[in-house]
Design a protein around this ligand. Sequence first.
Ligand code: ARG
Ligand code: ZN
Length: 844
Amino acid sequence: RTIYLADYTPFTHVVEQVELTFRLAPATTRVLSKITFAPNPESDGGTFFLHGEALKLISARIDGAAVEVRPVEGGLTCDVPSGRFVWEAEVEISPESNTALEGLYMSNGMYCTQCEAEGFRKITYYPDRPDVMAPFKVRIEGDLPVLLSNGNPVAQGEGWAEWVDPWPKPAYLFALVAGELVNHLDSFTTASGKQVELNIWVRPGDKDKCAFGMDALKRSMAWDEQVYGREYDLDIFNIVAVDDFNMGAMENKGLNIFNSSAVLASPETATDANFERIEGIIAHEYFHNWTGNRITCRDWFQLCLKEGLTVFRDQQFTGDMRSHPVKRISDVLELRARQFREDNGPLAHPVRPESFVEINNFYTATVYEKGAEVIGMLKTLVGDTGYKAALDLYFERHDGDAATIEDWLKVFEDATGRDLSQFKRWYSQAGTPRVGVEEALSDGTYTLTLTQATPATPGQEVAEPLVIPVAVGLLSPNGDEVVPTQVLELTETRQEFTFEGLGAKPVLSILRNFSAPVILERDSPNAERAFLLAHDTDPFNRWEAGRALAKDVLVRMITEDAAPAPDYLSALNTVARDETLDPAFRALALGLPSQDDLAQTLFEARRTPDPLAIRRSVRALSRAIAEHSGETLSDLYDDMIVPGPYSPDAEAAGQRALRGAALGYLTLVDDGTRARAQFETADNMTEQLGALAALLNIDAAESELARFRAQWQGDRLVMDKWFGLQASMAPPDQAAERAQCLTEDSDFDWKNPNRFRAVIGGLAMNAAGFHAPTGANYRLVGDWLIRLDPVNPQTTARMTTAFQTWRRYDADRQGMIREVLEKIAATEGLSRDTTEMVGRILAG
Ligand code: ARG
Ligand code: ZN
């Protein structure tokens, strides 16, 4: 059944109070609920309905008297009094058989919950929708030492604990954890002087992996006070690490639950990239306390209201903690890799979708990352002070509300006086806009003509013009900036902008800092790109110019069998050596476009990408860089050693990143000598794993893989890396065999989402391997999805995206993928999640 935004109606009742008692038992947990309902003045009435799924109803009473309930699809109805009444129910559920990891489930003997989006209905009967908000009181009874829920602890004894959350919340923010856990304890004093107890709860062996997460939490709390004026609002803030988790983490009020991969870190077991991701996710979930919890969403179509904004906030935070240009470049890389891919294929949907079958399928790069880009554009358009005024008004006006995108835009209109009706199209129109550029100079007047067009997407044939902020600067031919950054507002399909008083034709630096999530259609000469790579004052565009050069070189290598262009090689060498540039930036500049990026680029140019040819060219270019810049790379490898004990800070991480990039290239020409030595001596995971990856890349890591495994056998998160690296880096002709072998490994615990993603997701990321001409890997992935679906529909559905780009490829490959997708679709009892995804991929 399809749900539509247009069909929204308020719930018949409001919930004034919720009281829950949990009697925990692995197969027979009893949940007792006592819920006070009152008629909702905003509702036109209708039948009283409570969601409920996979619940065994033991008893139901209204105002103390047994009531007859009528089961209906997805829940129950019953006759209710016309005024206020108290609903009491007892249900039985089985956490231990809950492999979907939604609702109350067990992970390594520990009870935990995941309720967003619609998991609470698997815990008890309830109006499980975000616009129904209520204070919760929870009593947990269970023979376990640690019993946690939302809010503040109010009473506890042997085998029980009681929690009260005074802040009204929707059911999706409910959480419960019970287990044999230990805590890393700390505290934070808020700006107004309130002391908050902070805990990270983990299994006993993981206590030494919490310090960084705790530090990130305290920095997040301080940052939200300083930058957004937002203080924490309970006496305690708990984070729990869980090994079996479908996503990264969850912002349950006062009790954030994390995939252990998104919180646990030590120098020996986590890479610099892991540390940065953990810092970002801790911040993200913490920031949800205001953008998500205090102000939540009216319905799930508004998901980007909390997710786009919270991603934007965590990106700002990481930029402040580390480096803004480096963070921006990394975010754009991600956006292009995940969101552009989605927006230009069968799964394209607006930032605010208008219909869905299964909401879990819409926790997407579009809702999250494009949602954050839309906020970034808004901020660019109204300026920093306008943004601050709008956000202050948002918190003031909507605290305690379940709000909409209309509410969000209205605060910007009211705070800044700007009409956002055209801008609003960003929320309803899918697809990546294409922006065209024409330049002309006459009599000292430079005219820039910009055009925009958005291609059709599934269900949207015509696209209207958007408001696109295009940040531009102009450089003189000798490299001076003659026009500093200004933001042009492109609102029409074709629009001219003029600049007076220019003697010579300037060099255009356009879309600075990636001011809008668009594809620039512009064929600038490589000499100009090289000029910008050397001279642009905008760091993002410097990097972008280098990337455009690399792409151009690679496309020529792939399609014309050209040799690597010498001017590109020397430009890259110059950047790599430039000590005025941040090492982290130089590391990014040394990275080459991904297989997927190149495949999409070729597809757009109406050429059928051949994954094997792409791989050959990327490897040939890498080798050419290694040969051309041998001395530079070897100097960098020697100079970028970070002295002293490992620290995950941005500066040290940047040096290691540059040194690691150098090692990757050098390994192509030194037979792995350096990588092998580094593997021997590394005292941190960044360098150990970097060496292992460099060796895998030349298919010479056999003994290191065995030793890595022997060393890390007992560490799940590190073993995920061992699995993932092999699946994603296997040479194309060995990928099928290697993947098969990994899935037969005694440590391949396929019901654990992290492990499943490491192997099956890793294989899907191994473009040349995944697309092997035999189709063996399509079938392997398809069969695993069929097997996982009844166990864990959410993770299965998410991983069908491995096939979303299928239309790019040749007829043989398309035919083989279609067969796999049709086989999945025809599977009996296929979940709603996977059915919807496969249907959309096939139709688009
Ligand atoms: N709200 C969580 C976060 O961003 C994600 C939870 C998504 N869960 C899901 N089952 N779709 O931070
Ligand atoms: Zn979020």
